[in-house]
Design a protein around this ligand. Structure first.
Ligand SMILES: [Zn+2]
Length: 451
């Protein structure tokens, strides 16, 4: 790969300029700013690189599907997203979010880590590969959506339309990630699922004088009692059926967790905690973080919260909850379990106003596709990477890959202080150029795998 390295070296300035150019184009999906323009721009870049590009329409932003043939018979899928998070609070940025700024070996800008840096690193890797060896070592299929930051709302429409393509790939190189707080390269193989619900309790048809609490029911108490029945002070979720479908952690997944150096002290201090929940530490902490399902209250709204007093009996109380799910829990089943539990405990009146969800996906560290990524990363970064069977966060891994038994590895150019979603989002230039080299080496190695 010496010549690829030399080619990347020669094109450093051009590659960096291309990343800056893409950062200058805003693409805030939650506000609808610049999303279509970014899609057009990116489609153009991919066409210029030699891809056959389709913009697959959905009821939201189009999904870019780019394809290029290579030497090996098998195909590899890349997944990225071209949208970014909003920029506020703007006053906390040291330079404007859409004016890429280079300082101290870092590049700052919204989306530079999450995940336009990944996109451009991959594009540059492909170009250097084509210049160096003429053709790609493996067939590439590249899906780039524009709604990841708002929950991949319409990705299912793309999947339904193009599952012929998605079913037939050997594996997927997912977005995100990079190096952790101890400078170790991390490869995640999946992510937790999610069930998000809003619960509503209602009382009178308007707010009442609180003297009437003597004779009128309180929806606020109703909702509090209902919530208290979902999880006990011991942290156990009390909903029957919640844990029924949880699959045991495999020996390979256990081994991967054991090999993960979780920066426990650093992260605890960063969170401002004196101790983790239940005094968790060591292997138990890692296992809970990666394989533990959760039931969390995101918000609770009822009645009066202003200054001083207001004696009122509110007529409505609302709570938003999220459950992070692990294989093989399914959001549509868990929401049924929650409904049944509310009914069985006398809370038929508490409504589930709406819900949405994503299924979880955990990967197998022993899968040959994963092992190839780990070997190449080990050679390039000079140390064995950490393999995380699942990220603690949620993304559409199940939808795009896991439901078709397609293995996933993340490959990102971020690091522990990349500040994704926050002010002063940044990457280190050395990580960006190493990331280009890694993708070039990875597709070369994947082309040598058994089809
Ligand atoms: Zn993000």
């Amino acid at each position: 790969m010496t010549s690829i390295r030399a080619d990347i070296e020669t094109h450093r300035e051009a590659y960096l300029a291309r990343l800056k150019d893409l950062i200058r184009q805003p693409s805030i999906s939650s506000q609808g700013t610049g999303v279509a323009e970014t899609c057009t721009k990116l489609a153009g870049l991919l066409e210029d690189a030699g891809f056959q590009v389709e913009r697959v329409p959905t009821d939201g932003a189009a999904v870019i599907l780019a394809r290029m043939a290579g030497d090996a018979p098998q195909s590899v899928l890349f997944y990225n997203h071209y949208d970014v998070q909003p920029v506020d609070p703007l006053e906390l940025w040291d330079s404007p979010p859409f004016e890429p700024a280079q300082r101290d070996g870092k590049l700052y800008g919204r989306g530079v880590a999450d995940n336009k840096g990944d996109i451009v690193a991959r594009l540059c890797a492909i170009e250097s590969t084509l210049r160096t060896r003429g053709r790609l070592p493996v067939n590439l299929v590249w899906a780039i959506e524009g709604e990841e930051e708002i929950g991949s709302l319409h990705l299912h429409q793309f999947v339904a339309a193009r599952q012929d393509v998605l079913r037939n790939v050997a594996g997927c190189v997912w977005e995100a990630g990079g190096k952790n707080a101890r400078e170790r390269f991390e490869i995640a193989l999946g992510c937790k699922g999610l069930l998000y619900v809003e619960l509503v309790a209602r009382g009178a048809d308007r707010d009442l004088h609180s003297a009437l609490a003597a004779i009128a029911p309180s929806p606020v108490w109703r909702l509090l009692w209902a919530l208290a029945g979902l999880k006990g002070p011991d942290g156990q979720v009390c909903v029957p059926g919640f844990l029924d479908d949880v699959r045991p952690i495999s020996p390979a997944q256990h081994a991967a967790l054991a090999g993960w150096e979780y920066p426990e002290e650093e992260n605890r201090t960063l969170m401002g905690l004196s101790a983790f929940l239940d005094d968790l530490t060591g292997p138990a902490l890692k296992e809970r973080l990666i394989f533990g399902p959760t039931c969390n209250i995101d918000g609770f709204h009822a009645g009066y919260g202003g200054p001083g007093t207001k004696t009122v009996l509110p007529n409505e109380a609302r709570a938003k909850l999220d459950f992070r799910l692990v294989p093989d829990q399914r959001p549509e089943h868990i929401v049924e379990c929650v409904r049944a539990h509310l009914d069985a405990t006398g809370f038929e009146d508490v409504e589930i106003a709406w819900w949405e969800g994503e299924a979880p996906a955990a990967g197998d560290p022993d899968h040959p596709f994963v092992q190839t990524a780990a070997r190449v990363a080990g050679q390039l970064y000079g140390h064995p990477p950490t393999l995380l069977p699942m990220m603690a966060g949620t993304g559409p891994v199940h939808l795009l890959c896991d439901q078709f038994d397609v293995p996933v590895v993340t490959a990102g150019v971020g690091y522990a202080d990349s500040r994704a979603h926050a002010p002063n989002e940044n990457i280190r230039l050395t990580d960006f150029f190493e990331g280009i080299e890694y993708i070039a080496a990875l597709i070369e190695a994947l082309g040598e795998n058994e089809p």
